[in-house]
Design a binder for this molecule. Structure first.
Ligand SMILES: O=P(O)(O)OC[C@H]1O[C@H](O)[C@H](O)[C@@H](O)[C@@H]1O
Length: 548
C-alpha cells in the first residue's frame, strides 16, 4: 500500500479536524442526548465507552472509511486465513490459531494443519501441568516440585508474567511460579536464593534458543543446580524448554519430551497463548489457561466478524490514529484500575511499540506520517498521585484508556467503590476541566482574598476536553483478561494496517544486539578501540578501570 495520506478519507479527516477544533466534548454531549449509549460497544465480556472523545458521527464515519480504504477488511481476512502478512519475513501471523475454537479442526497453512500442532502441544502442556500439580513429577532426590522458574525475555517473558499476575486470584496452591529475564545478575541471584534445587523446575522459554539474556540465565541456573547437589544426568528432571529450536534445547540437556514447540508464525510479543504461556498454565491450571484462550478467541471472532462501526479493536485503533496523526498526540496511556493488572501497560507497551515502531511502508518506502505512539501507564489510583498532573494540566495531549472491573476479587470495606469512583472521576475531570471563573469562585468560597484569587486561580485552571476511553467488565477472569489482551493485539494491527506498515517484524532490535557483541568483545579484551567514537571509547575505558 502507498501512504495513507493519499487516501480520500485521510484528506477528509484533515479538513474535518479543522471543523472539530473549536468543538468541545461537553458540547457534543449537550447536543446529543443519546451520545453515551451510541458511543458504546460490547465484545467478549467487555464494554467500551468511547463517548468521551473529540469525535462526532462524521469523525467516526470518516475513521471507519479510512480503515476500509486502507484495506483493513482484506488484512483481517489475510490474517485469519494464514496469508503471509508478515511480508519482510515471508510468514503467516497466526496467534489467532493458538486460541481457535475446538470446533474448528483445520487451518491449513503452507500445506500444514497448524491446528493439529497447536492441539498436540496443548495436550503436552496438560500432561506436564498435571504431573507437576499431582506431585507425580519428582525432583532428582524424590521430592515433590514446589517452584517453577520461567527464564525468558521480551515476548517470551512479559506476556506470561503479566497474565500470571493478572490471574492471581486463580492461582493453584502448591507450586510457586517465578520469572527471570534480565541479564543483570541480580535478577537470577535474587530468585535462586529463595529456591531449593531438589524441588525446583526451570522452564527456558526462547523461540530461537539463541537469546543472550535467556541463555546466560539458563546456564547460570544449570550451574547453580549442578553445584548444589544436582548432576548432569538429572538436568532433564529439572529443566524444560519452550522453543522452535529443539536441537539447541536438547544440547542444553533437556529431554525431548520436555521441549514444547513454537512456530515461526507466532511473533514473540503475540506468543503468550502458545506454550510460552506454560508458566501461566502452571500457575493457574490448564482449565484457566483454556478459559484465557477462549476469552481471546471471543475477541478474535468479534474482530473478524463485527461491522467496523461496532468493532472494539477498530474503533480504538481508528481513534488512536485520529489523535496521533490529526492531533499530534505522541503518547497513549493505559491506566488499569485493577491491582492485578498493574503490569499490563508494560506488556501492551512491548506489544505495540515493537509492532508499530516502524518508519517504512510495506513496500519499503519511508512513511509520510507518524506511526506507533509511546505507550505508557500504570495502575490507578497510584498514578493519580504522580503523573496525572501532566494528564490534566500539562501541555501534551495524552489520550487515555481507563480499564476497570466492576466487581472486585477482594471486596473489603468501601475500597472498590472508591477505586471505581476515582476511575470514573478521572475521565470526567479530563473532559470537563475547570474554567478560570470556576477556579476563582472556588477560592472565594474557601475565603481567599481577592489578591489571592487573582494570583492562584490561573494555576487551578484545567483545560479539559482531553479524550479517554473507558473499558469495563463485570470481573477480571481468565476469559476477560484473555479478551482484553487480544483486543489490544488487534488494535495494534488495525493501526499498523492504516499506516501501511508491517506490525509483525522487529528488525530495529537487531543492530543493538550486533553492536552489543562487538562491545562485549572489547570489554573483555585489549582491543584497539581508536576507530570507535570518543564517547564509546571513554565508556569502555571507565568500565575496564572499575573492574577488580
Ligand atoms: O524468544 P526469544 O527467541 O528468546 O526472543 C526473545 C525476544 O527477543 C527479541 O529481541 C525480540 O525483540 C522479541 O520479539 C523476542 O520476544
Amino acid at each position: 500500500m502507498s501512504s495513507p495520506t493519499e487516501l480520500a478519507a485521510w484528506q477528509a479527516l484533515t479538513a474535518h479536524q479543522q471543523e472539530m477544533a473549536s468543538v468541545s466534548m461537553t458540547s457534543l454531549f449537550e447536543n446529543d442526548a443519546h451520545r453515551a449509549e451510541k458511543y458504546c460497544a460490547h465484545a467478549a465480556g467487555w464494554t467500551l465507552d468511547y463517548a468521551k472523545n473529540r469525535a462526532n458521527d462524521k469523525t467516526l464515519s470518516l475513521l471507519t472509511e479510512l480503515a476500509k480504504e486502507a484495506g483493513l477488511e482484506s488484512a483481517i481476512k489475510g490474517m485469519f486465513s494464514g496469508a503471509h502478512i508478515n511480508n519482510t519475513e515471508d510468514r503467516s501471523v497466526l496467534h489467532i490459531a493458538l486460541r481457535a475454537s475446538q470446533a474448528q479442526e483445520t487451518l491449513m497453512v503452507d500445506g500444514v494443519n497448524v491446528l493439529a500442532e497447536v492441539r498436540a502441544t496443548l495436550k503436552q502442556m496438560e500432561q506436564f501441568v498435571a504431573q507437576l500439580h499431582s506431585g507425580e513429577w519428582k525432583g532428582y532426590s524424590g521430592k515433590t516440585i514446589t517452584d517453577v522458574v520461567s527464564i525468558g525475555i521480551g515476548g517470551s517473558y512479559l506476556g506470561p508474567k503479566v497474565v500470571a499476575e493478572a490471574l492471581t486470584p486463580y492461582k493453584k496452591d502448591g507450586i510457586k511460579v517465578h520469572f527471570v529475564a534480565n541479564i543483570d545478575g541480580s535478577d537470577i541471584t535474587g530468585k535462586l536464593k529463595q529456591l531449593n534445587p531438589e524441588t525446583t523446575v526451570f522452564v527456558i522459554s526462547s523461540k530461537t534458543f539463541g537469546t543472550l539474556e535467556t541463555l546466560s540465565n539458563a546456564n547460570a541456573a544449570r550451574d547453580w543446580f549442578l553445584s548444589n547437589g544436582g548432576s548432569q544426568d538429572n538436568v532433564s528432571k529439572h529443566f524444560a524448554a519452550v522453543s522452535s529450536n529443539v536441537k539447541k534445547a536438547v544440547d542444553f540437556g533437556m529431554a525431548e519430551e520436555n521441549i514444547f514447540p513454537m512456530w515461526d508464525w507466532v511473533g514473540g510479543r503475540y506468543s503468550l497463548w502458545s506454550a510460552i504461556g506454560l508458566p501461566v498454565a502452571i500457575a493457574v491450571g490448564m482449565d484457566n489457561f483454556y478459559a484465557l484462550l477462549d476469552g481471546a478467541h471471543q475477541m478474535d471472532e468479534h474482530f473478524r466478524t463485527a461491522p467496523f462501526e461496532e468493532n472494539l479493536p477498530v474503533i480504538m485503533g481508528a481513534l488512536g490514529v485520529w489523535y496521533i496523526n490529526f492531533h499530534n498526540a505522541q503518547t497513549h496511556a493505559l491506566i488499569p484500575y485493577d491491582h492485578y493488572l498493574r503490569a499490563m501497560p508494560a506488556h501492551i507497551q512491548q506489544l505495540d511499540m515493537e509492532s508499530n515502531g516502524k518508519a517504512n511502508l510495506l513496500n519499503g518506502d519511508g512513511v509520510a506520517t507518524d506511526t506507533g505512539p509511546i505507550i505508557w501507564g500504570g495502575a490507578g489510583t497510584n498514578g493519580q498521585h504522580a503523573y496525572h498532573q501532566l494528564l490534566h494540566q500539562g501541555t501534551r495531549l495524552v489520550p487515555v484508556d481507563f480499564i476497570a472491573p466492576l466487581t472486585s476479587h477482594n471486596p473489603i470495606g468501601e475500597h472498590h467503590v472508591h477505586l471505581i469512583a476515582n476511575c470514573l472521576s478521572q475521565s470526567q475531570a479530563l473532559m470537563v476541566g475547570k474554567t478560570l471563573e470556576q477556579a476563582k469562585q472556588e477560592l472565594r468560597d474557601a475565603g481567599a482574598s481577592e489578591d489571592q484569587v487573582e494570583a492562584v486561580a490561573p494555576h487551578k485552571v484545567i483545560q479539559g476536553n482531553r479524550p479517554s476511553n473507558t473499558l469495563f467488565t463485570d470481573k477480571m477472569t481468565p476469559a476477560t483478561v484473555g479478551a482484553l489482551i487480544a483486543l489490544y493485539e488487534h488494535r495494534t494491527f488495525v493501526q499498523g494496517t492504516i499506516w501501511g506498515i508491517n506490525s509483525f517484524d522487529q528488525w530495529g532490535v537487531e543492530l543493538g544486539k550486533v553492536l552489543g557483541t562487538d562491545i562485549y568483545n572489547r570489554l573483555v579484551s585489549n582491543s584497539d578501540n581508536s576507530a570507535l567514537d570518543a564517547s564509546t571509547q571513554a565508556l569502555i575505558k571507565a568500565f575496564k578501570k572499575a573492574q577488580p
